[in-house]
Structure formats: structure tokens, C-alpha cells
Design a binder for this molecule. Structure first.
Ligand code: PEP
Ligand code: MG
Length: 319
């Protein structure tokens, strides 16, 4: 059924037995938003806002940010957009925010941590997101913070969003501490989105940009899968949705595993949507769970991949 004609995506994400999985797009700037909307994505699961800050000597002002964010929201009228606040630092350095050089930038002042030194940057950004959301009431606007590591940070971020009238505030789970404390964090935050690129980097202590450690920096590593499972369990305990927005969501076999581990939405580059939708649509939830168990119980990333591939003959039809 999968072979032959080019697959398209009709916007419906579900397993063979009808279990719904939201299939969303990752978007890096307003220009990408329309293409993502045309792809049929049910919304944007990760809108990276760094584009507005790159190559700047100062942060863009509130008006400029409001206009830029509004362009993304307007492409998704009737759908959801999850706006991620600025994730500067580490692999995304911004000169005007990082005066002092750091010996280990991946472990330094990045993501939400910047708000401690520069609360004005987060305040301006939340002001702009709130104004853009108010100007586009037909779009469901959610906000989330990157690199959250503690329950206190979660509480503070959620409170800051609430002061701007942004009531659906969530956290990215990219640090092992957040995966382990997902339950307590989700007592405050309304949703979580697992960033598997960074969660893998920090779980395996393997730089995501360094080819020499690429075998370690692999989301199929069973330790990473177990942290995804812990996050999903924390979400279920609080009745909060837990998505994945890292590259892992775009791998159809891994998407099956993530759903089996309890993840409720998958956000990815739009071109990956048809294959992920096709493989999920050919696999029932019980099989997703069985394969997820086998992958999380495997003793290596290679074994996890092999055991899942063996259980998904549908993959051979993707070509
Ligand atoms: C991630 O870390 O998986 C993620 C989605 O965020 P980014 O790739 O922008 O760090
Ligand atoms: Mg990240």
C-alpha cells in the first residue's frame, strides 16, 4: 500500500487502530511557515525564534519581533503554533548576549538560563509573542522554554508567561534532570516537548556537533529511550501532553518507538511527515508499545534499531 505513488500527508496522524498522534512541523523562520502549512501539518510543534536574533548587535525590538512572529501565526490560522523562546548559547551563540567566553558553552548560560542575566530579553520576547497571539486569535499559540533543568525554573517561566496572558506555557525536556522530574515540572507547566537532539547530547555526554562521537550521540541509545519513557510517564501522571520535537521524530521507525513510549505528538521537518504518517498508519498501538519495550530494553543503539526494524516490515515499502 505504501509503495509506488508518491506519498502525501492528509493531516491525519493516527496508528492503524486509530490512536491519534498529532503530527506537527518544525519551523525556523516566517519564510518556512507557509511551506509547513501547505504540507498539511496539524500545526507547528517547534517554532525556533533564533532567526530574529542572529547577526545582530542588539536584540530586535518588540515591534519587529511581533511582526515576525505574527507572520508564522497567520500561516496557521485554525491550527496550533508552539513558539519557543530564544535558545541562545552553545551551538547558537549570540555575541550581544554572551560577553564572557565560556570553557564549556553547552554546559553554560544557554537557553532559559540567559533570562537570569538578561531578564529584559525574555520580557520583550514574551511581550511580542503575546501581542502577536492577540492579533491572531484564530491561531492557538503556546509558548515553551528551552534548556529547563529545575522545577523552580519551570515555575518561574510559567509565571512570567502568565503575567503576559500566555496561559499555555510548557517546557522543553532536553536535560536529563527534566526527564527525571517531568512529573513535578508538569504540575506547573501545561505541556512538555522533548528535544531529543540535546537530550541525547546531555545523556550520552557526546557533543551533538562532533562527528567523532556520532555513534554515542544517537537517539536510539537505550538510555535516551528510557528518559523519553520517564518523561511520558511524568506527563501521563499529570494528564499533560508530551511531544517530541527533535530529529528523532522524523525517523519513521523511531517515531513508532516514541509513540509506544507514550509520546502524544511528533514535530519534524515537514518533508518527513508523509513517511512518518504512513508507518504509524500501518502499525497498531500494541505493536508500537511492544517494539518500544524491546528498544528501551536493548543493550545498544544498534540492537534497538535492529529489533524495531525486524518488527516493522512496512519500512521496506518506503523505498
Ligand atoms: C533539540 O534539542 O532536540 C531541539 C529540538 O532543539 P534544538 O535542536 O533547536 O536545540
Ligand atoms: Mg535543543
Amino acid at each position: 500500500a505504501l509503495a509506488g505513488a508518491a506519498r502525501t500527508f492528509d493531516g491525519d496522524g493516527r496508528t492503524a487502530d486509530g490512536h491519534r498522534v498529532e503530527l506537527l512541523a518544525n519551523v525556523g523562520d516566517p519564510a518556512e511557515a507557509q511551506a509547513a502549512a501547505d504540507s498539511g501539518a496539524q500545526g507547528v510543534g517547534l517554532f525556533r525564534t533564533e532567526f530574529a536574533f542572529l547577526d545582530r548587535t542588539q536584540a530586535p525590538d518588540v515591534d519587529e519581533q511581533t511582526t515576525a512572529y505574527g507572520r508564522v501565526l497567520s500561516a496557521f490560522t485554525g491550527r496550533k503554533v508552539v513558539v519557543r523562546t530564544l535558545d541562545a548559547g552553545a551551538d547558537k551563540p549570540l555575541p550581544f548576549l554572551h560577553a564572557a567566553p565560556e570553557a564549556n558553552p553547552a554546559l553554560g548560560v544557554r537557553g532559559l538560563r540567559v533570562a537570569q542575566e538578561r531578564p529584559d530579553v525574555l520580557e520583550d520576547q514574551l511581550t511580542a509573542i503575546a501581542r502577536a497571539a492577540a492579533a491572531h486569535p484564530g491561531t492557538t499559540t503556546w509558548v515553551m522554554a528551552p534548556m529547563v533543568a529545575t522545577v523552580d525554573e519551570t515555575e518561574q517561566f510559567v509565571a512570567a508567561c502568565a503575567r503576559h496572558g500566555l496561559t499555555t506555557a510548557g517546557i522543553m525536556v532536553e536535560v536529563p534532570s527534566a526527564a527525571l522530574l517531568a512529573g513535578p515540572m508538569l504540575a506547573h507547566a501545561r505541556f512538555a516537548s522533548i528535544g531529543t537532539n540535546d537530550l541525547t547530547q546531555y545523556t550520552m555526554a557526546a557533543d551533538r556537533l562532533l562527528g567523532a562521537v556520532a555513534a554515542l550521540s544517537d537517539a536510539w541509545q537505550p538510555a535516551v529511550l528510557r528518559l523519553v519513557e520517564a518523561t511520558a510517564l511524568g506527563g501521563a501522571a499529570q494528564a499533560r501532553p508530551v511531544g517530541v520535537c527533535g530529529e528523532a521524530a522524523a525517523d519513521p521507525a523511531l517515531a513508532v518507538v516514541l509513540v509506544g513510549l507514550g509520546v502524544t505528538s511528533l514535530s519534524m521537518t515537514p518533508r518527513a511527515l508523509p513517511d512518518v504518517a504512513a508507518v504509524l498508519g500501518a502499525t497498531d498501538l500494541a505493536t508500537c508499545r511492544l517494539l518500544a519495550r524491546r528498544a528501551a530494553d536493548a543493550s545498544s543503539a544498534a540492537d534497538a534499531r535492529a529489533v524495531v526494524r525486524a518488527g516493522l516490515p512496512v519500512l521496506d515499502e518506503l523505498g
